[in-house]
Design a protein around this ligand. Structure first.
Ligand code: SF4
Length: 219
């Protein structure tokens, strides 16, 4: 005698985390393809575009700082910077903080291309716009937590996010804006948290863990 069979999709559906990962993989492929297409139109490689965009967003940086922020190896950064200097899109000057390092600054044309490269992920923002406000909030919270986990695993550069910032004071009050940014001395709501803040100051490893624990324990 055979037992009662489960409904088809209960037996033939991958767990939700695996399907979310598949969805993110598809989005990742679309991003790669768009970045490649748009970089090509500008006569750049995707990495060169990312470098120019980072220099426009954060101001002059060294090669090591770029490598850290973009999660790209230093030799790859150095190769791309060499080409950007040859194309007169970036200039090198002595870094007053580290005399042996060079500070990279975009030229006028480099800054213009960098500003355009910053808008490359806009096609994604347009699709996120179609989500309902509560879906956007849940998605943002999920994305932020995923990035934090990947940062802890060393797979995503640690930086730019409020939840790893020395100025971030999580859940210091109740209400719609429970957090506080000590850099600008202003309250922050969950949906206002930054993922790529130019003023970000990286907290020490232990402090990062404490900030996260406090963040995950709403008053
Ligand atoms: S400085 Fe930027 S990253 Fe740091 S807490 Fe303030 S808004 Fe967030």
């Amino acid at each position: 005698m055979t037992g009662k069979r489960l409904p088809y999709f209960e037996e033939h559906t991958e767990p939700l985390p695996a399907r979310i990962a598949t969805g993110l993989h598809k989005i990742g492929l679309a991003m790669k393809q768009q970045a490649w297409l748009q970089a090509n139109q500008e006569g750049l490689s995707a990495t060169q575009g990312q470098i120019l965009a980072a220099l426009v967003a954060h101001g002059p940086l060294t090669g090591s700082e770029l490598s850290e922020r973009l999660g790209i190896t230093l030799p790859t950064i150095s190769d791309s910077v060499r080409v950007l200097v040859e194309k007169t899109l970036v200039t090198k000057s002595k870094d007053p903080r580290h005399p042996r390092a060079s500070l990279l600054t975009p030229t006028k044309k480099g800054a213009m291309l960098g500003a355009r490269a910053r808008s490359w992920p806009e096609f994604l923002a347009a699709s996120v716009n179609d989500l309902a406000p509560e879906e956007q909030r849940a998605f943002f919270s999920g994305v932020m937590k995923m990035i934090r986990t990947l940062q802890e695993q060393g797979l995503v550069p640690v930086g730019g996010m409020c939840v790893t910032c020395t100025y971030f004071r999580p859940n210091v009050r109740t209400g719609a804006s429970p957090h506080h940014c000590a850099f600008v001395d202003a309250p922050l709501a969950n949906e206002q948290l930054r993922l790529d803040c130019p003023e970000h100051g990286l907290a020490a490893e232990r402090a990062r863990r404490e900030i996260w624990d406090q963040f995950m324990r709403p008053g």
